[in-house]
Ligand binder design. Sequence first.
Ligand code: FAD
Ligand code: UDP
Length: 378
Amino acid sequence: MYDYLIVGAGYAGSVLAERLGRDAGKKVLIVDRRPHIAGNAYDHPDAAGVLVHRYGPHIFHTNSKEIFDYLSQFTEWRKFEHRVRAFVEGKLLPIPINLDTVNTLYGLDLDSEGLERFFAGVAEKVGDIRTSEDVVVSTVGRDLYEKFFRGYTRKQWGLDPSELSSQVTARIPVRTNRDDRYFSDAYQYMPLHGFTRMFENMLDHENITIRVSTDYRDIKESVRYREMIYTGPIDEFFDYRYGKLPYRSLEFRHETHDKPVFQSAPVINYPNDFDHTRVTEFKYLTGQEHEKTSIVYEYPRAEGDPYYPIPRPQNAEINAKYQALVNETPGLHFVGRLASYKYYNMDQVVGQALTLYRKISGINALAKPEGAGALGRE
Ligand code: FAD
Ligand code: UDP
């Protein structure tokens, strides 16, 4: 008899398994239909021995000390500030757009104040910023929008930026200085021995049983459990009762090259050329030294494994209906990127899982006699 059946061993499921198993002393069964733990953050050495991310580049970044400290129990870190170049008009230019991007693209010699005036001159007035087009044209104007954002977004999402909520392109800042880091967060690190090792440490506890290559639907009748935590796609769980929620997929083409370095930046984005969106060279991310190098191309797809919820109002409406079903089912908890249908980064999913843990333990603590501790400490 398990206290919890947890579906999915990515961040959402693994953080809850760790908290419930280790902190609350609950018996937990965590299952994943993939043959491994760590969800989309899974990394492993490839045939050449280069550490690669099977599901595309994952770089940890957060502004939350609590989330960073929580994960630090399970890994040491390597400082890594991510940098990306975009291939535009034959040049490799910094993205997020910064002073060097504009000066190099247009052959200018602006300083930061000059660039602010430049942006003020080209930015379009948008009354109500709703879409991913609005965000960009109202900040850097139409030409930079078309060169850096329009093509990439159409390729990645199969939609024009004007059809996507503002939060998608709003992930990318605009800078008037020369800072060319992809993220601005206070904590930017990679797990020293990889993400999978961090997950192994998280789940290494006698109260936690792990079963991979296991779909929960194949075992839910044969195992006994009190409550379920589900981190897979929400529409699938409810047999598409309110229709299919679109999730964007990717096809990954991994390659190993017989030379130490393949490209001049960790990630190169291709907004306007080729069918792939970006190429990642993993050794930059992991710091590994190896005579060969491994890279991955990402090809966006409508069908395939679900990777990205698609932020637009009509999808949010369907999701709200599904979320209402969860709320009215006692003993059922939904958490994570696919189950929430939210475009969350890794740290946001950790934060969401820790919040759910507090809620679960708080509710149980309230139900206990005065003086009883948190969940499981009876
Ligand atoms: P997942 O990792 O998807 O885990 C859910 C698990 O549930 C899966 O392993 C799935 O197999 C399992 N599952 C589903 N249904 C069932 C079932 N019926 N039975 C059993 N198991 C089931 N975030 C960052 O912070 N930085 C980055 O650089 C970054 N890069 C990314 C790049 C790409 C290409 C992608 C796709 C995402 C990236 N992310 C990044 C986001 C990050 O992957 C997610 O925030 C995080 O992995 C979500 O964790 P999760 O536990 O919610 O979901
Ligand atoms: N984007 C773009 N051009 C770029 C980089 C990003 O148009 O060079 C847009 C695109 O819509 C993308 C979104 O910004 O999907 C978010 O980018 P991010 O790199 O955060 O995407 P992720 O790593 O989540 O795939």
